[in-house]
Design a protein around this ligand. Structure first.
Ligand code: NAP
Length: 409
């Protein structure tokens, strides 16, 4: 059975991985230009299709029937070819966002919810919010409820981001300032790449419920797979696939004092997990074309940190990689969101007396204990877990592997 995804640019799609975990059918990516959509739909032998940007409305005239949800939302993200050859259009994003809203644990009834953006995804979100009896307001760059009128909505309890602001590759920006909303309980961001947009990191730092769009993506795929195959798939598979993807996609970033064992542990961890390993210091040397002590000599610490941030921007945007960072990368505040956007960040702690200083300009120039006191709160802010490297590298790697397994046993 042939199924697939129809869209304009699909290079970064996770759908093939998700559908591979959902059912026993072939799933291909179909990148088609708008002018060839009619020809594609009429002449391609497929049983089921997912439809993504920018064709969710374009495909409607080619469907002989629309499901009630597709009609209500005015967009189709799933097409099934029936036995008589006719096409029926569904909208499984509705189920996807409903499932995400429920999974978030937030209660929506009677609450004020701001929905950022007025595109296709916003329509779906609003249809679900109506069903959940929330009082939603669409915030748009134009019209009466614009970003200049946010002071009228200080009583908002939940924010849903249905804009592409903060999405890869334009990460590190947020569509809204959360400090404006003292009654805020949670933020749902439909973006899933990066896993933690700046908006979600801001929500987390305020101890609010924060959830990305990966759950929605998996849930809508599950419902699509049901339409493709005609078989019911239990909802428990959403969680199974979500956890598998989350683990597969995220990076493991090691931070800690110079000489604490990040590179050696990272290398061994990459091997144990069969994942690529990247050493940020090696990338800095490659980028600069000279050694780290030579960079310090020529450009000082500021020059080194500038190259380091450029390198971190590139390597932290990857997925499924083990990354060892330089000891001082936490000293620049703009590096922290980069470290955290797609990763679990592990702080490797080693007793100060065991830290080597050879070839490490900052460790030689400063008293290690003073350097550590300065950096300790920064490592704390940046990291999700702490792992002690007291005995052997093997022992530290084992502890990390155990912690990773313990997350989704
Ligand atoms: P879209 O139609 O291209 O854009 C949505 C809206 O975002 C636009 O109508 C616009 O609303 C606002 N917007 C666009 N650029 C902006 C900017 N620079 N600054 C502020 N607002 C901007 O996209 P969509 O299909 O609705 O998707 C929106 C997001 O949801 C995307 O990131 C998409 O990847 C994600 N999504 C995720 C899932 C999932 O399963 N997780 C499913 C569907 C979509 P205004 O003109 O009113 O400001």
């Amino acid at each position: 059975m042939q199924c697939g995804l129809l869209g304009a640019r699909l290079a970064h799609s996770y759908s093939p991985q998700i559908h591979q975990l959902l059912g026993n059918y072939s799933y291909r990516l179909f990148e088609v230009e708008e002018a060839h959509i009619a020809q594609f739909l009429n002449n391609t032998d497929f049983r089921g299709l997912n439809v993504t940007i920018p064709y969710k409305k374009t495909v409607i005239p080619f469907c002989q029937e629309l499901s009630p949800q597709a009609q209500k939302i005015g967009a189709v993200n799933t097409i099934v070819r029936r036995d008589d050859g006719t096409l029926i259009g569904h909208n499984t994003d509705y189920f996807g966002f409903m499932s995400m809203a429920q999974k978030s644990g937030l209660s929506f009834a009677g609450k004020k919810v701001l929905v950022l953006g007025s595109g296709g995804a916003s329509n779906t979100v609003c249809t679900v919010l109506k069903e959940l009896q929330a009082n939603y307001v669409v915030i748009s760059r134009n019209g009466e409820n614009s970003y200049n009128q946010l002071h009228l909505h200080q009583d908002c309890a939940i924010i849903v981001n249905a804009t592409p602001v903060g999405m890869y590759p334009n990460t590190g920006i947020s569509p809204i300032d959360l400090s404006l909303f003292p009654k805020l309980e949670g933020v749902l961001d439909l973006i899933y790449n990066p896993a933690k947009t700046k908006l979600l990191q801001d929500a987390e730092s305020r101890h609010l419920t924060a959830m990305n769009g990966l759950w929605m993506l998996v849930a809508q795929a599950k419902e699509s797979a049901q339409w493709f195959t005609g078989c019911k798939i239990d909802d428990s598979h959403i969680e199974r696939i979500y956890c598998a993807l989350q683990t597969q996609m995220r990076n493991i970033v090691l931070v800690g004092m110079p000489g604490c064992g990040k590179s050696t542990i990272g290398h061994a961890l990459g091997k144990a997990l069969n994942r690529p390993f990247v050493d940020a210091d090696d990338e800095i040397v490659k980028t600069a074309g000279i050694s780290i002590p030579a960079i310090f000599e020529q450009s000082g610490e500021a020059g080194f940190r500038t190259i380091e941030t450029q390198v971190l921007q590139q390597i932290t945007a990857k997925s499924g990689t083990v990354i060892a960072t330089g000891g001082g990368c936490v000293a620049r505040s703009e590096n922290i969101p980069l470290l955290r956007q797609n990763s679990v960040v592990i702080w490797i702690q080693r007793p100060l007396e065991a830290l080597p200083v050879d070839g490490r300009p900052l460790s030689q120039a400063n008293k290690l204990s003073l350097l550590y006191e300065k950096r300790r709160p920064l490592y704390e802010t940046a990291s999700d877990w702490v792992i002690e490297n007291k005995n052997s590298i093997e022992n530290a790697v084992e502890k990390i592997l155990a912690k990773l397994t313990g997350e989704h046993p």
